[in-house]
Write a protein that binds this ligand. Structure first.
Ligand code: NAP
Length: 308
């Protein structure tokens, strides 16, 4: 059993920011970051809206800097994936996949969010064979091929821009005519000649046996369907909080799986805090995650200092 003052679950902007504040308050801090510590920013190409960077910064570089900053301050970052949280008062017991256990006076849940899938016929079977939720990770495999991106938010638009640099044709499919993506990004997409849009359209089925060969799209206005050929389908229809593992822990979740927190990032259990995308329904931005992480780090450090 590894003892620590504070165990943070998640090594994205929320977890790292929390760790910086806690470590600088003299709190012994461990981050359990999972197999790929860094979260969604690792899948983001260029970030232009994180305060303090004059020029766009690659997501992996921003995360790498955050990890190095944490380590410089004495934070230990492990690749443990926490699968169980037990206790209703400190110390809390946390179990990682593989059986390793931690005991911590305070916990911050900063587990982030993962891809939401379409749930249509053919999608599940062809994941990893043409269906992907990460253009930055998998886009290279589709170099020179025609691809489709599904969604109308920033992720879909940024994915389309990224793919347009390596693919001859990108079709952006969105279920209505309005977009959630920022106006600047929408404009960039509209000005990119090899990106075309199919609006008011939904994917009914992903086609292909061994690999993706296309998709059946349905126009939600005319109800007409059409087969559109493509070698890859990038699903960018939002995110779901990575909190299923908290079922049964006593930590209160809302119906969509978000951890319920108050203005001090406190959950319903004293000593357990949460921050970042696993708590956020509206402003899922790296800078917002870092901000809520800072609050959680400050509050968790006060809690630890009162209880040891
Ligand atoms: P999002 O903003 O929630 O957008 C999801 C999109 O997918 C929406 O356009 C939605 O359509 C569509 N959609 C949802 N379910 C669908 C379904 N079953 N079938 C078809 N379409 C579906 O998600 P996101 O783009 O991943 O962005 C998440 C958050 O991260 C946002 O706050 C975003 O601003 C942020 N983000 C920021 C940046 C950046 O600032 N650089 C980059 C990436 C992401 P409707 O619009 O009709 O609901």
């Amino acid at each position: 059993m590894t003892q620590t003052d504070l165990l943070i679950i998640g090594a994205g902007p929320a977890g790292c920011s929390a760790a910086v504040y806690a470590a600088r308050s003299g709190v012994k801090t461990v981050i359990a970051g999972g197999a790929m510590p860094g979260g969604q920013l690792l899948q983001t190409n260029d970030i232009e809206n994180y305060a303090g960077f004059i020029n766009p910064v690659p997501g992996y570089e921003l995360m790498d800097n955050m990890h190095k900053q944490c380590k410089r301050l004495g934070v230990e970052i492990t690749s443990d994936e926490i699968i169980k949280l037990e206790g209703d008062k400190p110390p809390f017991t946390l179990t990682a996949a593989g059986g390793k256990q931690y005991q911590a006076l305070a916990v911050i849940i900063a587990a982030g969010a993962g891809a939401r899938w379409l749930g249509v016929k053919g999608e599940e079977n062809l994941k990893g064979h043409g269906v992907s939720a990460c253009a930055t990770c998998d886009g290279f495999f589709f170099k020179g091929k025609e691809v489709m991106v599904v969604g109308g938010g920033n992720t879909a638009f940024e994915d389309a821009l990224f793919l347009s640099q390596i693919c001859p044709k990108v079709t952006l499919v969105h279920r209505r005519e309005g977009f959630r993506a920022d106006a600047v990004t929408v404009e960039k997409v509209k000005n990119t000649p090899n990106i075309s849009m199919m609006l008011n359209c939904v994917v009914e089925e992903v086609l292909g046996e061994q690999t993706v060969t296309g998709a059946v799209l349905r126009n939600v206005v005319s109800q007409e369907t059409a087969q559109v050929p493509c070698a890859g389908i990038f699903v960018a229809v939002g995110a779901v909080p990575q909190t299923a593992w908290l079922q049964g822990s006593g930590v209160e979740l809302d119906p969509s799986g978000l951890v319920k927190v108050d203005a001090h990032q406190r959950t319903n259990i004293d000593g357990i805090f949460a921050a970042g995308d696993c708590t956020e329904s509206e402003f899922r931005q790296a800078v917002v995650a870092a901000g809520s992480g800072a609050k959680a780090g400050i509050c968790a450090a006060s809690f630890v200092n009162l209880h040891r």
